[in-house]
Each structure stands twice: as structure tokens, then as C-alpha cells.
Design a protein around this ligand. Sequence first.
Ligand code: ADP
Length: 248
Amino acid sequence: MEEIQKLKEENERLVKLQSAKEDLFSVSAHQVKTSLSAIKWIIKMFLNNDLGKLTAEQENLLKKAYEDNDRAIATINELLLINRSENIVEKKYEFSSINIVELVDDCIFDFSGEAHTHNIEVIFLKPGKELPQVLADKEKLRIVIQNLLENAIKYSNSGGKIFLSLTEKSGSVEFSIKDTGIGISPEGRDKIFEKFYRDSRAEKKDANGSGIGLYTIKKIIEEHKGEIWFESNTEAGTTFYFTLSITK
Ligand code: ADP
């Protein structure tokens, strides 16, 4: 009994330590990012000749500094994303009965600017009849939908279309998001939910990815006892699906 109590206390101590480490990491990374962003705007002012005309040599060196600084910002962003993903996956789940149609509408609204910038049309094919509510952790489910929507935009070309739909299927609701984008190569299809995995097609289209998003959202859907899968074709695009149980 005493042994069990000791193990329990040790476990609590380690959990606290881990959480303190994550907080310290997050605060430090944000501080570094703030400094790098400040440096970025100072260099930009020089490059815009706001502080007087630069010589060709000065301009060349400052352009290099600007690009190096941008790469450092991208690295910090990825580290923050990975840290955030680990926090999300491990954090306690709070389930309640939610209206998933409203949540999808909210997420589409959040990404309307991004879609517009990339000239991509987002179409929500709403269910013909009222859908039952689903049992979910709303904020975690929001992350799932946002991530799928972000990827669909990121891996589409200008003029592309994205279709979202929700369908009731025996005891559950099936969500789908279909894009007309670059697709996933046949050799990447088995690894797509692995941590840090990025398909060669994605690497070419957008160098700034971390391969953490799909890994995170698969974990979230699994915590909901749902399923997540996809179909992809390098000519026609990709469709991701997930299911969630209807609230009893
Ligand atoms: P990231 O987008 O940061 O690379 P994700 O974990 O979100 O990381 O996605 C992992 C990989 O899955 C991507 O790098 C890409 O190869 C592939 N992928 C995800 N969504 C799509 C999509 N809609 N179309 C094509 N490829 C996709």
C-alpha cells in the first residue's frame, strides 16, 4: 500500500514538473518570437528606404538578414505548434452535447479571409433535415475542423473548391471535407497520420508545414471513440472524413 502511495506521489511530481517545463518553453518561445518579429520590422524599414537610401551592398546584406530572420520565425512557430499539439492531446476532455452544424459554420467563417486570399470557394452542403447533436469536446472538435479546413485551403490551387458536408448515419454523424487540390501520393497514404510526416507533394507546394496537425486530430477523434480516414487522388483531390456519436 505504502509503495502504491509513493508511486502515486512520484507520478504527481513528474506531471507537475512536465507541465512547468512546457509553460517555461512556451513563454520563452513566445519571447524569442516577439524579438524576432521586432527585428523583422526594423529590417523592413531599412529595406523600404524609410531611413535613407541604402547602397546596393547594404541592401543585399539586409535582404539576407531578413530571410534568415524569417526562417527563424518559421522554426519557432513550428516548435510552438508541436508544444501546443502535445498540450491539446494530453489535456482533459470535457464532453457535452453540441450542435455540429453551428460549429462548422463558425470554422468556415474564421477561414473565409484565408480562402478568399487564395481564391478558393468554400461550400457547406448543409443537411436537408435537422441533425441530432453530437457528444464532443467542443474546443477540441473545433481544432479538428479548423485543421482539416486549413489543410484543404493550403493544398489547393487558386480557383479550387472545397465542399463540407454532414450526414446522419446509424447512431453517428459523418463529417466530410472534399477539396480539388494536389492530392496525396500513393506512397504517402499509409503514413499521413504519423507525427511529423509530410508528403512529397505537400513539401513542394508549401515548405512551411510541421506534419503535426493530422497526428493531433486523429488522437482527438480517437478520444471521442470516432473514426477518421481519407480518400485521395492526385488528379481529383482529397476527402477527409470523421464520425462522432450522436448524443443519446
Ligand atoms: P502539415 O500540413 O503541417 O504538413 P498535417 O499533419 O496537417 O501537417 O498534414 C500532414 C500531411 O498530410 C501534409 O504534409 C500533406 O502531405 C498531407 N495532407 C494533409 N491534408 C491534405 C490535403 N487536403 N491535400 C493534400 N495533402 C494533404
